[in-house]
Design a protein around this ligand. Structure first.
Ligand SMILES: Cc1cc2nc3c(=O)[nH]c(=O)nc-3n(C[C@H](O)[C@H](O)[C@H](O)COP(=O)(O)OP(=O)(O)OC[C@H]3O[C@@H](n4cnc5c(N)ncnc54)[C@H](O)[C@@H]3O)c2cc1C
Length: 393
């Protein structure tokens, strides 16, 4: 029996024991995790079976055909796409056992406490301090642009534990409980009118050392796993044809012949082809992932995704003419999930502006591609050997 046959057998066994029509959603998801069918490339006992990632499609196809519920990946994207691979690579056995199951089922939402007012592109300059006190670390500082902090139970957090060494070397990676005293979340309203992200103030927050991920001072290396996965999670998702931003505009084009002009037709066709090329490249990237962790190549996908989203949503506004300038709702919502292609044309246009900033700006990703993919000379860095505390701020 091949691995695929065995997976089909196990999936049918799960469906027989927990028929989706008669099973609570959460019970089904927990049973799926325990059967090793959540993410088959994860180890046994942690939602997987240690099989190649490429075999996940076998399970997914069976479950979709049977009408089984999914774990709503859009709602828990930071957990699935960023926290989970980092916990898997650097977590202790206790941490993996505690965090991965409720992360995957969506019972616990995760957010990412990385960026600070003075440290975005230059993330390694961050100033949030963590000081060891007995078995705890006491954390003080401010984070910003934290998506989903208002619904998150846990955060991946990087903080400075040694200001006396160069900036990349004195950082440590933690898991922060967002319900702990001293964690204050304040909404930040963005161009769409929504507040999907937040400022997070950390005042004397006590994090037990048992919630440290990786070695003390090794947080920059641990964070690379998160960041490489983030770019793939944002830019390299598998999509059906017309599944991304091109879908709504192609739909409008078909349904509204009154809006068509020759010039718009030429531009739409060009963008349609580029979107399809990007989609197929994303497909190839996800197949490469079967062989291991994503490297800096994900930066290229994220770059293409941001540029295309902005150009396509701009074309849609133009295509719709005056209608395209209308906006459905300026109420300050606090969304639980972000859907770049959701709502109307105006929302898509405004929300896509953030695509070239979140997960690393396009300028910074171009530097990464130049240096780490193409092997071009690195930019001069004058702060490499200077202690963080002596850097100009
Ligand atoms: C919608 C959205 C959601 C986000 N969610 C999160 C989150 O959940 N958690 C989190 O931690 N962060 C989050 N961020 C923050 C994001 O990662 C940062 O905004 C981003 O890394 C840029 O940092 P900055 O805003 O400090 O800009 P800066 O780093 O100050 O950059 C300003 C400008 O300078 C350019 N620049 C900077 N350095 C260079 C360089 N070396 N070469 C060329 N150009 C350069 C940049 O490209 C940019 O145009 C989010 C951002 C957005 C927009």
């Amino acid at each position: 029996m091949t691995d695929a046959d065995e997976l089909r057998r196990r999936t049918r066994e799960l469906l027989a024991a927990h028929p989706p029509a008669d099973t609570e959603r959460l019970d089904f998801l927990r049973a799926r995790f325990d059967a090793g069918l959540a993410w088959v490339h994860f180890p046994e006992g942690l939602g997987g079976l240690g099989l190649p990632r490429s075999l996940q499609v076998v399970v997914d196809a069976e479950l979709t055909a049977a009408g089984a519920p999914d774990n709503d990946p859009r709602r828990i994207g930071i957990g699935l796409g960023m926290a989970a691979p980092t916990i898997l690579q650097y977590g202790t056995e206790e941490q993996k056992a505690r965090f991965l199951r409720p992360l995957w089922t969506g019972e616990e939402v995760w957010c990412q406490l990385f960026s600070e007012p003075g440290a975005g592109s230059d993330l390694a300059a961050l100033g949030t301090r963590a000081v060891r006190e007995g078995d705890d670390w006491v954390v003080n500082g401010q984070k910003v642009w934290t998506s989903s902090a208002h619904v998150a139970r846990w955060a991946i957090l990087i903080a400075r534990t040694d200001p006396d060494v160069p900036k990349h070397r004195g950082i440590t990676y933690f898991v922060c409980d967002m319900t702990d005293p001293g964690v204050e979340v304040r909404p930040l309203r963005q161009i769409t009118g929504e507040a999907e992200f937040n400022e997070v103030f950390l005042t004397d927050v006590r994090i037990p050392d048992s919630r440290r991920l990786g070695e003390v001072g090794d947080g920059w290396r641990v964070a690379q796993t998160t960041l490489n996965n983030e770019r793939v999670a944002i830019g390299g998702r598998r999509l059906p044809r017309e599944g991304g931003m091109i879908g709504p505009v192609a739909g409008t084009w078909r349904e509204r012949p009154d809006l068509r002009t020759h010039d718009l037709h030429q531009r739409l066709m060009k963008l349609w082809v580029e979107a399809e090329v990007a989609r197929l490249t994303g497909e190839r990237l996800s197949q490469q992932l079967v062989a291991g962790q994503p490297g800096p190549e994900g930066a290229g996908m994220k770059l293409a995704f941001a540029r295309l989203n902005q150009e396509i949503s701009g074309l849609e506004v133009e295509l719709r003419g005056e209608e395209g300038l209308l906006y459905d709702d300026w109420t300050m919502r606090r969304p639980e999930l972000v859907d770049f292609t959701g709502r109307d044309a105006g929302y898509r246009y405004l929300r896509s502006k953030g695509n070239s900033i979140e997960g690393g700006t396009s300028e910074v990703l171009l530097n990464i591609v130049a240096e780490r993919v193409l092997g071009l000379p690195a930019e001069p860095r004058t702060d490499k050997d200077v202690a963080w505390k002596d850097l100009a701020r």
